[in-house]
Each structure stands twice: as C-alpha cells, then as structure tokens.
Design a protein around this ligand. Structure first.
Ligand code: HEM
Ligand code: HEM
Length: 122
C-alpha cells in the first residue's frame, strides 16, 4: 500500500504542477484553489499516507487498508473535479456543492480510518 500511495501521490504532483505552470504562463489564476487541493490533498496527504504505511502500519494488505485507500482516492477525485467545475464556472455551485460535501466526507473518513490503522498497529 505504501508504494501504491507513493505512485498516486507523484501522479497528483505532476498534474498539480502542470496546472500551476499553465496558470503562471497564462497569468490566469482562477483555478488556484483547484491547483492547491490537487497538490495538498492529492500529493501531500497521499505522500504522508505512504509514509504512514511504510513506517507504522502492519496490515498493509487488509480490507480496512483497501477501504482507506479508495475512500481517499474517490474523495480526492470528487473534490478536484468539483473545484475545477466551480472555479471554471462550468457548473452551478448549488449543484456541485453537495457533491463536494460527499467528496470531503470521503476524504475525512479516510483520515479517520488512517488513525484507526495506526492505533491498531501499535
Ligand atoms: C511547477 C510548480 C508550481 C507552479 C508553477 C505553481 C504555480 C502557482 C500559481 C501561479 C499559483 C497562484 C498564485 C495566486 O494567484 O495567489 C499557485 C498557488 C498555490 N500553489 Fe502552486 N505552483 C507549483 C507548485 C506547487 C506545489 C508543489 C504546492 C504544494 C505542495 C503548491 C501549492 C500552492 C498553494 C497552496 C497555492 C494557493 C496559495 C493561495 O493563493 O492561497 N504549488 N501556485
Ligand atoms: C476534506 C478536505 C478539504 C476541504 C473540503 C477543503 C476546503 C477548502 C475551502 C472551502 C477552501 C477555501 C477556498 C476559497 O478560498 O475559495 C480551502 C482553502 C485552502 N485549503 Fe483546503 N480543504 C480540504 C483539505 C485541505 C488540506 C488537506 C490542505 C493542506 C494539506 C488544505 C489546504 C488549503 C489551503 C492552503 C487553502 C488556501 C488555498 C487558496 O486560497 O488558494 N485543504 N480549502
């Protein structure tokens, strides 16, 4: 699981930097919140999870670890796509808002499960 998280983290780093370079070169920073969350939830938090699995978690291949991974991935994708649509004015906030809420809860439950996994691996 640590390697799986590392590979996804680096993928989000590339995506976020591409968007950052695009924003800088076009001088259009409208998507800076999307850029920030691709890099912070997608890259930084995934990288932290990769380190947690590598250093502190014994049950790397358990069902709980798999659920934790997919909750973070699905939540991250929902948040990133939702933010892109809202900040790009491609969709109304009142439609995307509740979907973003679901994505946020998914990322939050992923974090709670990570804490459970760390405590269980004592
Ligand atoms: C190729 C590398 C990068 C480029 C070209 C880039 C470019 C940018 C640009 C143009 C902005 C908008 C600034 C503004 O309008 O305020 C921005 C904001 C931001 N970037 Fe990056 N960025 C890069 C890498 C990163 C990385 C690696 C991270 C974090 C791990 C990061 C985190 C942020 C955050 C949090 C903001 C929002 C700051 C704010 O406006 O409050 N960026 N970036
Ligand atoms: C469930 C996950 C998260 C949700 C729902 C969330 C939500 C938000 C919201 C609503 C904003 C304000 C955007 C605006 O100015 O219009 C924001 C900004 C910000 N968040 Fe998050 N966030 C989440 C996770 C994180 C994480 C994990 C980090 C850092 C590791 C982070 C760092 C930031 C930063 C640096 C800003 C300012 C960015 C800017 O102004 O461009 N967020 N977030």
């Amino acid at each position: 699981m640590d390697r799986k998280y590392l590979v996804t983290a680096l993928g989000y780093a590339i995506l976020g930097m591409v968007l950052g370079i695009y924003m800088a070169s076009t001088k259009n920073h409208i998507q800076h919140v999307t850029h920030a969350h691709i890099l912070l939830i997608g890259f930084v938090v995934s990288f932290v999870y990769s380190v947690c699995y590598k250093l502190w978690i014994n049950e790397n291949h358990s069902k709980l670890a798999s659920i934790q991974y997919w909750l973070h991935q699905i939540g991250t994708l929902i948040i990133i796509i939702g933010l892109y649509l809202i900040y790009g004015n491609h969709a109304a906030g009142n439609i995307i808002g509740p979907i973003l809420g679901i994505g946020s809860l998914s990322v939050l439950v992923g974090m709670v499960l990570m804490k459970v996994l760390v405590i269980k691996s004592k």
